[in-house]
Design a protein around this ligand. Structure first.
Ligand code: PGA
Length: 278
């Protein structure tokens, strides 16, 4: 139930607990030197992380230079925030999934609530996800309800988003994507409040059951599921410790080198303790 890598030790296969911490920089920063210095500030921390992988999803205009810069750093990956499916050359102003793949991008966010609000329907999310997978990009599929009422309808909302996004995705391919639960009411500067680890755990548990049925045997347990929504250095431990997630998707806090640095240290600490207690 975590971001796992198989590590061979003395002919024994040991699964090491890993967390994935993804930064969603959104439309920040304004200028390349600031983007380079943000990446550089984290590169001092990442070599000391044994059980945490770091991925920054950066604006398209910074992808090429930051990919080149990150090649000099260990344990640090650069991904994209969006792209469109297909090969049509008549799409002024757009970037295709194929272009991301050709550039050497490994991961791309799909279905973020801000993209959904800008017009990405469930069908578009599905098309983006499938095209990304065909190009061997790893999509990070983001789902989450807009509101939480008194009923449990939010569970159905998330299920429906999963149904639509995974339409025509083969069972075996379910292992090749990353999931993120982001309740929209807890995301961004307009967040109403934080989601509690318990509230998160309920939805993530449902998602694992769903993925188990949708993928090959054991897919639910194997799936990498992140939580996103106002995460910071204070609340990250609760999510990693109590909510059954394999990492977090960080928006605003990912732009503050001190804050994201602290978050990475907490993640390393939780992973180390979890492994020691196994
Ligand atoms: P936030 O954003 O951490 O600022 O709430 C999360 C996201 O939009 O992915």
């Amino acid at each position: 139930m975590c971001y796992t890598y198989g590590v061979i030790h003395l002919a024994q296969l040991i699964m090491t607990k890993r967390f994935l911490i993804v930064g969603n920089w959104k439309m920040n920063p304004l200028e390349l030197p600031d983007a380079e210095s943000l990446l550089h500030s984290l590169s001092n921390i990442t070599p000391s992380l044994m059980q945490v992988t770091v991925l920054s999803c950066v604006p398209h205009v910074f992808l090429a230079p930051l990919l080149a810069q990150a090649r000099n750093y260990s344990n640090y990956h650069v991904g994209a925030q969006d792209a469109i499916p297909g090969d049509t050359a008549s799409a002024t102003g757009s970037t295709s999934m194929g272009m991301l793949a050709a550039l050497g991008v490994s991961h791309v966010l799909v279905g973020h609530s801000e993209r959904r609000a800008a017009g990405d329907t469930d069908e578009i999310v599905n098309a983006k996800l499938r095209d990304a997978m065909e190009r061997e990009l790893v999509p990070i599929l983001i789902v989450g309800e807009e509101e939480r009422g008194k009923t449990k309808s939010y569970l159905n909302t998330v299920k429906k988003q999963l149904d639509a996004a995974l339409d025509k995705v083969a069972k075996k391919d379910i292992d090749n994507l990353i999931f993120a639960y982001e309740p929209v009411w807890a995301v961004g500067s307009k967040a109403k409040r934080e989601c509690t680890p318990l509230e998160c755990a309920e939805v993530v548990g449902m998602m694992r059951d769903y993925i188990e049925k949708r993928g090959l045997k054991g897919a639910g347990e194997r799936a990498t599921i992140l939580f996103g929504g106002s995460t910071d250095d204070k609340n990250i431990r609760g999510y990693l410790d109590e909510a059954g997630v394999d990492g977090v998707l960080v928006g605003r806090a990912s732009l503050d080198p001190r804050m994201i640095g602290l978050m990475l240290r907490v993640a390393e600490d939780v992973a180390t303790q979890a492994e020691a207690s196994e």
